[in-house]
Ligand binder design. Structure first.
Ligand SMILES: NC(=O)c1ccc[n+]([C@@H]2O[C@H](COP(=O)([O-])OP(=O)(O)OC[C@H]3O[C@@H](n4cnc5c(N)ncnc54)[C@H](O)[C@@H]3O)[C@@H](O)[C@H]2O)c1
Length: 381
């Protein structure tokens, strides 16, 4: 049985605690938690509650720690936990910049412990199917990708209810580092790392925040293909539509279904080269696949983490994996800040310095609003 401690019992940390307490992660047990704010301890019978993280590390009696505190604390708390000898899972984003993500990877190696990241959307059946279609070669060579991912609407209270959200100091980004980091992770998981990125960001266009709430981006994939990505937290209902134009088929994924137009001749390139019809189009068939539900999400990641600790399987959601989406998000911000193309791999040390400058001029929000209502499960399911 893997004994788990959680630091941060906000909306997401308390969801992890509830999932563990409800026995949804076989082989894992919640033994302690740490929260700075007052906690209703009757909700967590038999769980030791701490106010101070160092105290929990010293006296919690756990094997592994889940870090579900604000984003700017993932690196310092994660590094501390690993160096203290605990397997550690940090919430997304893995850190605020790739330099710190590397720091977590190094700390994990040094301590001989696992460092995982909550990349829960990799368990979404629709995304897993798209990865399978691309990786197996079933769609053929990728010619172009477009992902319009703008259904991340957030009202002002989402930002004003916490000290860290919407600030350079607290999360080092907005729509990219917080919401769309999930989609950028799926992008990197399916298509690999882009060679270069050119992005245009609008900072505080819809909300009174320092960071980006609208982004348009063009990337070049490793095979030279064009890819575009757009995100926003200011439009409603927005859209989640991914288009893949490939040599053997044309795929459109929207919400919970995907439609593939397959060319009967096998290859669009071959048809283009060989047809005698000036205005011809290839014969094709349409295949529609629909997906019910979002899969195991956070429970699936925790099951894999606990299993990997017990040596029952490979860690699928490592810090190295989490660093990929972070690098792309950092490249997009870098491109917008410098009004120029940003190439991968990023110069992590240089980016960190730029970020530190922005953070120095930024402030966590004082007196965050307290009259907010959390309907977390509803909003992300
Ligand atoms: N994977 C997902 O689907 C998902 C969803 C929501 C949030 N998140 C991530 O989870 C993190 C937390 O998000 P949230 O919405 O719960 O934030 P939140 O600010 O509402 O809650 C964080 C909690 O951590 C506590 N805390 C902060 N520092 C602490 C410390 N040193 N010791 C003890 N407690 C401490 C705070 O008091 C607060 O209660 C963010 O990084 C966010 O990006 C992930």
């Amino acid at each position: 049985m893997v004994k788990i401690g959680i630091v941060g019992l906000g909306p997401i940390g308390s969801m992890h605690a509830d999932n563990l307490s409800a026995g949804k992660i076989p082989g894992a047990q919640l033994v302690c938690a740490c929260e700075q704010k007052p906690v209703d301890e009757s909700k967590y019978p038999g769980v030791k509650i701490f106010k101070d993280f160092d105290d929990m590390l010293a006296k919690g009696g756990m094997d592994a720690v889940i870090i579900s505190t604000p984003s700017f604390t993932h690196f310092p708390l994660g590094e501390k936990s690993l160096k203290a000898g605990f397997h550690t899972l940090v919430e997304k984003p893995v850190a605020l910049c790739t330099e710190d993500a590397c720091g977590l990877v190094k700390a994990a190696k040094g301590a001989g412990r696992l460092c995982a990241v909550m990349l829960n959307q990799r368990t979404t059946p629709l995304y897993a199917r798209i990865k399978e279609l691309v990786e197996s070669g079933s769609l053929g060579e990728i010619n172009r990708v477009d992902w319009t991912m703008t259904n991340w609407y957030r009202p002002d209270i989402y930002f004003t209810s916490s000290p860290w959200r919407g600030t350079w100091k607290g999360e080092a980004g907005g729509a990219l580092l917080n919401q769309s980091i999930h989609n950028i992770d799926i992008f990197a998981w399916v298509f690999g790392m882009p060679k270069s990125v050119r992005a245009w960001c609008k900072f505080g266009k819809y909300h009174s925040i320092e960071v980006e709430d609208e982004v348009c981006c063009r990337m070049e994939l490793s095979n030279g293909a064009n890819a575009t990505f757009a995100t926003s937290t200011g439009e409603y209902p927005g859209l989640n539509r991914l288009t893949i134009a490939a040599d053997k088929g044309f795929l459109v994924a929207e919400n919970d279904s995907l439609k593939i137009t397959r060319y009967k001749c096998g290859s669009l390139k071959k048809y283009t080269e060989e047809t005698k019809y000036m205005f011809g189009v290839p014969e094709s068939e349409e295949i529609v696949e629909t997906f019910e539900g979002k899969g195991e999400q956070h429970v699936g990641v925790l099951k894999n983490f606990a299993g990997a600790i017990e040596g029952k399987g490979k860690l699928e959601y490592s810090a190295e994996e989490g660093a990929k989406s972070l690098e792309i998000a950092n490249l997009m911000l870098l491109s917008a800040w410098t009004d120029s193309q940003a190439d991968s791999p990023i110069d992590g040390a240089k980016y960190k310095k730029m970020l530190e400058k922005k953070s120095a001029a930024s402030k966590l929000r004082e007196n965050p609003k307290t009259d907010f209502i959390v309907e977390f499960q509803k909003s992300f399911r």
